[in-house]
Design a protein around this ligand. Structure first.
Ligand SMILES: Cc1cc2nc3c(=O)[nH]c(=O)nc-3n(C[C@H](O)[C@H](O)[C@H](O)COP(=O)(O)OP(=O)(O)OC[C@H]3O[C@@H](n4cnc5c(N)ncnc54)[C@H](O)[C@@H]3O)c2cc1C
Length: 470
């Protein structure tokens, strides 16, 4: 059977663009359809604009730290519209680069919404249909606000926050995940009064307990008011302000309410059910290890599969799929030991297992940990702490998890992830000479074990707090 194209990609985000480019480069006739802006979440309203705002926010720390180092800094003023405009220029530039890369590779870009008709057909919003030997669904995910809040239409999501016309002086953030804490940290530094409410008892569910506690303290130090076990029940507009009733009976006023409570795979109205594609309970496309659904010609990568929802994973899976379909490459992407970061100030960098996860998996787990005042904080007097933790399987002596709270933790964890992926033992770190004076040298100088957890009596130990050898 002759098809219009070899590969029809729905979604020009991280995963879709990479798959389309590689497929076309391997000679496959390829179309990619995009309903919003080329580049997807990461470039347009995710990682990239977020990091630019994080950079902007950190000048606040620099200005206040400078005094301790002999500087006198005058009153600093921050101009939100100027930052938004500068950010827009940069993401437009990046989007154009993505577009040019697609063109150069010979991919046809159609800027319309696309939906699946059946195993080999796609319909575009403009009415055109196309037949394809393979279809790749790379439609990502969208913010999913908590439906229980009355007046939810007054809240914004991460999609809108990057382009607000006026700076939200009073910002209520709902949620405790990584996106919520990143916005709390950066908006507090840009000068907002930030209140963050969440259902959970602490921020960053799923992260190592010591990182959670350390970050909670750092957010408070930055002036974020944290309220746990609490959610808004009703949001009402009263003039220019939003009046928010909370489940603990309290009420407050805010200029903006940011709902950052999670994301849902973009599969709704995509025709996937009628094409026979299996979805899981969260609405994600169920795929095998090589990103193919139960319909052999329909594949999916990235957030729409709800596996590891990070840009580099979407890119790697998109690349591997195109290499396999059009280059015969059999490699399977390994989703273990994916290093990840939380771009708060200070940052969190993590790779591998948390203490609690390791305690469930291994008979005996050794914990090495340090909690210290970073050198810069001695003169700045900022009061911040850094925490580093290594999780070691005692039997193999391998480092199976590393967790860092501190400046440049994202950069440190990227490098450490290589060693951990290669199976580094604690002794290998010990034998590595330190770079002095750095914070990272702590990673190779933690000699004293902070705790040993034996599976038989791990209950309670695996969630023990920070500072056992502080
Ligand atoms: C605020 C925020 C911060 C983040 N920070 C980080 C970070 O620091 N590091 C990191 O690794 N990850 C981060 N992420 C996650 C990262 O953005 C995603 O994991 C990544 O973008 C997933 O890529 P994807 O290709 O699956 O989907 P996306 O990049 O979301 O691309 C999907 C594309 O499909 C389009 N689309 C959807 N439906 C259709 C349709 N029917 N027809 C046509 N087009 C369609 C969308 O418009 C979109 O452009 C962040 C996410 C958010 C929201």
């Amino acid at each position: 059977m002759a098809f219009d194209v070899d590969l029809f990609v729905i979604g020009a985000g991280s995963g879709g663009v990479r798959a389309a480019r590689i497929a076309a480069g391997r000679g496959a006739k390829t179309i990619v359809a995009e309903e919003f802006r080329v580049g997807g979440t990461c470039v347009i309203r995710g990682c990239v604009p977020k990091k630019l705002l994080v950079y902007a926010s950190r000048f606040a720390d620099d200005f206040s730290d400078a005094e301790g180092f002999g500087w006198s800094v005058g009153a600093a003023r921050f101009d939100w519209p100027r930052l938004v405009a500068a950010k827009e220029r940069e993401i437009s530039r990046l989007s154009a680069v993505y577009r040019a890369n697609l063109e150069e590779a010979g991919v046809e870009l159609i800027e319309e919404r696309a939906e699946v008709i059946d195993a080999h057909h796609v319909r575009l919003a403009g009415g055109r249909t196309a037949s394809a030997r393979h279809i790749l669904v790379a439609t990502g995910a969208r913010p999913e606000p908590p439906r229980s809040i009355a007046g939810l239409e007054h809240a914004i999501s991460s999609n809108e926050i990057f382009d607000l016309a006026t700076f939200p002086k009073r910002l209520l953030i709902v949620g405790g995940g990584y996106i919520a804490v990143e916005f709390a940290s950066l908006f507090a530094r840009l000068g907002a009064d930030v209140i963050q409410v969440m259902r959970a008892g602490n921020v960053l569910r799923g992260f190592d307990e010591d990182m959670r506690q350390g970050l909670r303290d750092e957010l408070r130090r930055a002036g974020v008011e944290l309220r746990f076990g609490c959610l808004p029940t009703r949001i009402e507009r009263r003039g220019a302000a939003l009046h928010v009733a909370l489940s603990d009976g309290d009420a407050l006023e805010a200029d903006q309410v940011l709902a950052a409570t999670g994301r849902k795979p973009n599969t709704k109205g995509m025709g996937l059910e009628s094409a026979g594609v299996a979805l899981d309970a969260a609405g994600a496309i169920v795929v095998d290890r090589v990103s193919t659904s139960n319909v052999p010609s329909i594949h999916a990568v990235g957030d729409v599969t709800n596996r590891v929802n990070l840009t580099p994973v979407a890119i790697r899976d998109g690349q591997a799929l195109a290499d396999r379909l059009f280059g015969g490459d059999k490699r399977v992407v390994d989703h273990d030991n994916v290093a990840h970061a939380v771009f708060t100030t200070p940052e969190i960098g993590a790779v591998g297992l948390t203490e609690a996860e390791a305690a469930e998996r291994y008979e005996v787990v050794d914990i090495y940990e340090t909690n210290f005042k970073p050198m810069k904080a001695t003169l700045s007097g900022s009061g911040e702490r850094a925490i580093m933790k290594l999780v070691v399987d005692a039997a193999s002596e391998r480092v199976v998890g590393a967790h860092i709270l501190g400046h440049e933790a994202s950069e440190m964890i990227q490098i450490l992830a290589v060693a951990i992926r290669m199976g580094a033992r604690k002794a290998d770190l010990d034998a590595t000479m330190a770079v002095h004076p750095t914070a990272a040298e702590e990673l190779v100088t933690m000699r004293r074990r902070a705790a040993r957890i034996e599976r038989a009596n791990s209950a309670g130990r695996a969630t023990a707090g920070t500072g056992r050898n502080a």
